[in-house]
Design a protein around this ligand. Structure first.
Ligand SMILES: Nc1ncnc2c1ncn2[C@@H]1O[C@H](COP(=O)(O)OP(=O)(O)OP(=O)(O)O)[C@@H](O)[C@H]1O
Ligand SMILES: [Mg+2]
Length: 273
């Protein structure tokens, strides 16, 4: 064995040891959902949903309209209309019962499918407040930073003077929710259909925003019906929910079949959860 190959071998050993040490010493960003159920009054909408999204991974949740995806997201967010059972673990800490803003401060950011409007509150006030809180930027830096983020999601900085969500079209709302999440620099982001109602030219931009989140180290759970996003994004895992239940978790290899054949492909793969 040459000196060169010995030193290469040693380097590999060293790198792997350091990786192991890091994994042991620092928790990697991870969202674990353990048997999460969501109830609306007495009605159970989501049934025992479990998933593990870790280490800067992109996971996708798909399923027919009305299958319970948004209900799952709202219950995780802490929406008062829904009762959550089961565990939501962020870096192994059970955050299930924390208030929404506390969950956000722990590192969970959520882009809602139908975000509420804030009448009388301007976009600039909201985004600057979030940027100061989550990015610790000073007055000089914050305004440029927020404008840069709006540019990333494809919104003009004119929107800063509009009322938050109230004066926005459907597609613009999706982009503003994404801007909010990007500013929060979260450990984990859950994005509920950030592409719905968005024009065709904006799809690559939505995808590149998701990529930006991933390259900044966020783990992402993306809910979508939009197969064209997969021209730009390759998820690590695909979860499929039907009638409130996770019926399949798969590698992304299933995506082409799913696009061609629809949710009946699930039957082919049985109970591979
Ligand atoms: N506030 C509510 N009042 C009445 N029914 C509700 C409410 N929230 C959810 N549901 C019902 O729960 C079921 C799941 O709805 P949810 O919005 O979670 O579906 P989804 O999977 O997100 O669908 P989509 O793909 O259309 O966004 C639907 O049958 C819906 O009618
Ligand atoms: Mg939905």
């Amino acid at each position: 064995m040459t000196t060169n190959s010995i030193s290469k071998k040693y380097m590999l050993f060293y790198i792997n040891s350091v990786k192991d040490m890091n994994a042991w010493a620092f928790e990697l960003p991870e969202l674990k959902l353990e048997n999460v159920s969501a109830y609306l009054g007495d009605k159970q909408i989501v049934k025992n949903f479990s998933a593990r999204i870790s280490d800067g991974e992109l996971h996708v949740l798909m399923g027919p309209n009305g299958s319970g995806k948004t209900t799952l997201v709202k219950a995780i967010a802490g929406h008062r209309a829904y009762r959550l059972e089961g565990k939501v673990l962020l870096d192994n800490e059970n955050i299930s019962n924390l208030e929404t803003n506390k969950k956000a401060l722990k590192g969970l950011a959520i882009a809602l499918q139908e975000p509420p409007s804030l009448e009388g509150v301007r976009v600039g006030e909201v985004l600057i407040k979030i940027a100061k809180k989550f990015r610790r930027l000073n007055d000089m830096e914050v305004s440029k930073f927020v404008k840069d983020v709006l540019n990333v999601v494809g919104l003009d900085s004119d929107v800063l003077s509009k009322y938050y969500m109230a004066e926005f079209s459907g597609g613009e709302k999706r982009k503003l929710e994404l801007a909010k999440v990007l500013i929060m620099n979260p450990k984990v982001a859950i994005l509920d259909e950030p592409d719905s109602g968005v024009d065709i030219d904006s799809i690559p931009r939505i995808a590149s925003t998701v990529s930006k989140l991933l390259s900044a180290g966020s783990s992402v759970l993306l809910i979508t019906h939009q197969f064209s996003l997969f021209d730009y994004l390759r998820p690590k895992r695909v979860h499929i929910m039907i009638s409130g239940e996770k019926v399949l978790e798969s590698s992304p290899d299933i995506i082409d079949e799913l696009e061609k054949e629809g949710y009946k492909v699930v039957k082919k793969y049985g109970d591979r959860k």
